[in-house]
Design a protein around this ligand. Structure first.
Ligand SMILES: [Zn+2]
Length: 504
């Protein structure tokens, strides 16, 4: 039984044939794809045991849905009530990992949706998203209030009712126990979101060093469910929502407590921080998983784009893989039960030695979480995720011994202050007219002028500019350490007598 898998997707496989969405495939192509996936699934589950209290064999029937571009897995109806449990989560992640090879042939955003004897998970009341609670403590939103983001550090210790002990939800690999590293990562995210003027509530805080008596462990190691039981004892329907009384009851309650609490708080977004696992140590990179609603998709896409940008600002991490599209996965209670945009960020694979090494580095943690926070900032401000780049300008006519001033602009969404500097390209030495500027806020951009003065003097270090087109390289760096793609500015310097003639 695969216990370590959280949610896993193998690396991209080289493709020769152009990809098609399911609806674009011919009937034969669809049939072949389904047949291959069916074989893969059958091999993945044969002889394996996934549910501690259900020894019966599991049947999975694969099909594809051209309408949603998703792969549908229809499993036995008896598993319906377990659709959002931790064991089903592991089972689904195992199939998802196995299927990702053939699924890579499908173009566009894709993922897996489950049916249970043909029924949607919502057929069972336990899987339905509860109506909004009337008891929310949160006052009605006013226009100026800060957005509230609930940060949910994955897993944590829970009480196992069969073994009567406190245990982690994941197994450690490469020196990382996912349960323990998620509060550390989330601590950085909390800080970055606050820096962006968001109100943040984290469900586990790694600075929480008080002792939890029943387990004898520090509070920060405990699953979110226990933190909520302590802080909000009256919210029993949040931290004790799992009806079924089995040995994994509290672990399942933990998963559900996160979106249910965010719903109670009427949060504006819910971000879950996890690290990923796969049976193969080759699989790597940062991924996001969503239930598939449009707002989830928008938030997840901006998180991926910004995380890629920020992580790669450090040369040590410039080859770190970040997936290009969010993955749709219907089995995560953490997303499904949330009433607001909800995204699971799998920061890297702790089962991959290189990813694990990065995950332990503070610099990597900060950059990855800064990227997640920036993704939320873009989502919240309805800004596109675009490359930070200086816009080119037309060549301008200069005048000898007079300052030429050129307007400046860029695209992208940098964090201010932004440092801008211009350097003459063919000059090395003193007198090259290197200028430096600082933009402390967005409004400063329109006022900035890049300056250059055409010279009529010649020295051993600086050539005479008369009659030459001078090229300036204009660069910028924002306070998150992202460098802009530079641009060349050109100044045509006149001959001295031309310039004087022009002035008469
Ligand atoms: Zn996880």
């Amino acid at each position: 039984m695969l216990t370590a898998a959280c949610t896993c997707v193998p690396q991209a496989i080289a493709q020769e044939v152009p990809k098609k969405t399911i609806v674009e495939m011919t009937e034969d192509e669809q049939v072949n794809l389904v047949r291959e996936m069916q074989r893969t699934v059958d091999n993945a589950i044969i002889g394996a045991h996934f549910f501690s209290e259900d020894p019966l064999p599991i049947h999975v029937e694969v099909s594809v849905d051209p309408m949603t571009n998703l792969v549908l897995l229809n499993v036995d109806e008896r598993l319906g009530p377990d659709a959002l449990t931790s064991e089903f989560n592991d089972f689904a992640a195992h199939l998802s990992s196995a299927l990702w090879g053939p699924m890579e042939r499908i173009d566009g955003v894709t993922g897996i949706d489950f049916r249970f004897g043909g029924f949607d998970a919502d057929h069972w009341p336990i899987n339905r998203r509860p109506e909004a609670s009337e008891r929310s403590q949160r006052r009605r939103r006013n226009v100026d209030r800060k957005p509230l983001v609930v940060v949910s550090p994955g897993h944590g210790l829970y009480f196992h009712h069969k073994y009567k002990d406190w245990r982690a939800q994941r197994e450690s690999a490469n020196g990382i126990l996912e349960d323990d590293i998620t509060p550390v990562l989330s601590g950085h995210l909390l800080w970055e979101l606050q820096r962006d003027n968001a109100e943040v509530k984290t469900l586990r805080y790694h600075g929480d060093r008080f002792s939890h008596k029943p387990s004898g462990e520090s509070w920060w190691r405990l699953a979110a469910r226990y933190h909520l039981e302590r802080s909000d004892p009256e919210l029993r329907d949040v931290w004790q929502s799992q009806g079924k009384d089995n040995s994994l009851k509290e672990r399942n309650e933990d998963i559900r407590s996160r979106p249910l609490f965010a719903n109670h708080m009427k949060a504006d977004a819910l971000i879950h921080i996890h690290t990923n696992a796969d049976t193969s140590s080759e699989v790597n990179g940062l991924r996001t998983y969503i239930h598939g609603r449009p707002a989830d998709h928008e938030l997840a896409s901006k998180i991926l784009c910004s995380a890629r940008e920020l992580i790669r600002t450090d040369d040590d991490f410039k080859d770190f893989s970040v997936s290009s599209v969010p993955h749709v996965a219907s089995w995560h209670a953490e997303n499904k039960l949330a009433r607001m945009p909800s995204v699971i960020v799998e920061v890297g694979f702790h089962t991959n030695p290189k990813d694990a090494e990065f995950l332990k580095k503070r610099d990597f943690q900060v950059l990855a979480m800064r990227g997640v926070a920036k993704g939320y900032r873009l989502y919240r401000n309805k800004l596109p995720c675009e490359e930070f780049a200086i816009n080119p300008t037309e060549q301008v006519e200069g005048q000898i011994n007079r300052d030429t001033q050129m307007p400046f602009s860029f695209k992208g969404n940098p964090r201010f202050p932004v440092r801008v500097w211009s350097t003459r390209l063919d000059c090395s030495g003193i007198g090259c007219q290197e200028h430096e500027y600082e933009l402390s806020r967005q409004e400063d951009i329109g006022r900035l002028r890049i300056r250059y003065m055409c010279r009529s003097i010649q020295s051993s270090r600086v050539p005479n500019d008369e009659g030459a087109v001078i090229e300036l390289q204009v660069k910028a760096r924002e306070s998150d350490r992202v460098y802009a793609k530079p641009a060349l500015y050109r100044v045509a310097c006149p001959k001295k007598n031309q310039s004087q003639a022009g002035r008469r």
